[in-house]
Design a binder for this molecule. Sequence first.
Ligand code: PXG
Length: 456
Amino acid sequence: MSKKDYSKQDAKHHLHPFSDNAALARDGVRVMVKGKGIYVYDDEGNEIIDGMAGLWCVNIGYGRKELARVAKKQMDELPFYNTFFKTTHPAVVELSAKLSEVAPANFNHVFYTGSGSESVDTMMRMVRHYWASLGKPSKKIIIGRWNGYHGSTIGGASLGGMKGMHAQGDLPIANVVHIEQPWYYGLAKDGESADDFGIRAANWLEEKINEIGADKIAAFVGEPIQGAGGVIIPPKTYWPRIEEICRKHDILLVADEVICGFGRTGHWFGHQAMGFKPDIITTAKGLSSGYLPIGAVLVSDKVTEGLLAGGEFNHGFTYAGHPVAAAVAQKNLEILQDEGIVDRVHDKIGPYMQKRWHETFSKFKYVDDVRCEGLICGFTLVKDKATRELFPDFGTTGLMCRDIFFKHNLIMRACGDHMVAAPPLVITKKEIDTMLAIAAKCMREFEEKMDKQLAK
Ligand SMILES: Cc1ncc(COP(=O)(O)O)c(CNc2cccc(C(=O)O)c2)c1O
């Protein structure tokens, strides 16, 4: 098939995720063929800045041959074996030790999956099994947040707070409930400080607990920073208060670090940036930098003790701890460590991005709530900054803006009317300047287009 045909042939047999596939067949797709550093290249030779690191996952950047080499070596030796029936293999033993090394001190056990959704579903079953093992089987309700994202399996999609997903497939499942998200810009009262809002938003959890009864609740689950919900960075008072509430009511606290994990926030884990200590950490994405699918549930010593007391945990996946994926993840973590990538984000590149991100976007009239934490960044498209009036049909404006960026070969993501970026952690200061110069040009084009649209 010639290179030009891929775009045409794609629609004949390929159904894309989170897509209107009829529209996609009409509009066509761009064919990505290569990656290097922060760049991806399409089959027309365009060099594209991947401001989203794929899907928030290519933390070490594209084209790292070391990962391909370890994948081939492992593939040649043992391309697959399972860990179900009293067997293991060197790659998963090594990775488990490495994860225990980079995780907080009280996290020394790992349960493997093939994706973030599978990590979340594993956690959902795990927390219920944990409480049953402790003789409290009624503690099975799991609390998430509206606009949170926890994957696309029936469990993960239920726990997530995306109402459009709930509408497809009769979700959420039983015993999953939600509280409002800690979106200061959109939900604060007039004149309310960020710190006061953070406490008030966290107290929504205690109100829900008091409504349901702590004796029925297994866990509270949240992304340290909501990613797909639009980079919602809570006030610094939020998470410490959430942890205080969970401890007071004996409810497990779960950090969904599928996006925030492995350096994204300038810390190994996002909960360290947000100032709380979870009982379970769900991960995927940056664990392998997306080079191969793998997820992992990091389990604290407290929860491990409960699980071990509970006999057989009747749960697991064929590819749990897959040898090639484990070997690639191991090399990925070694690169993050050996090249000091996480510390570099914290000490140098994160502060630089923070400065340049604000300089670039704050000046535009339809942009507000410009925000960054490490290398997860966002801003909100607003119709009127003075009144914080949003555009109608939340999301339509974001898509228009995103398409302007993509046309100029810069990939950023529209989450509703939030524009977000999460570039590979290896981005340089010069590349940040290049990226933001293109972004500024795109925003000028967006502003002109919006002026005309509003003038009609
Ligand atoms: C916090 C969180 N938890 C779980 C998942 C599910 O992971 P898997 O996709 O590997 O099953 C995610 C995934 N997050 C995700 C996945 C795909 C697209 C986008 C987007 O923002 O466009 C975000 C996530 O961000």
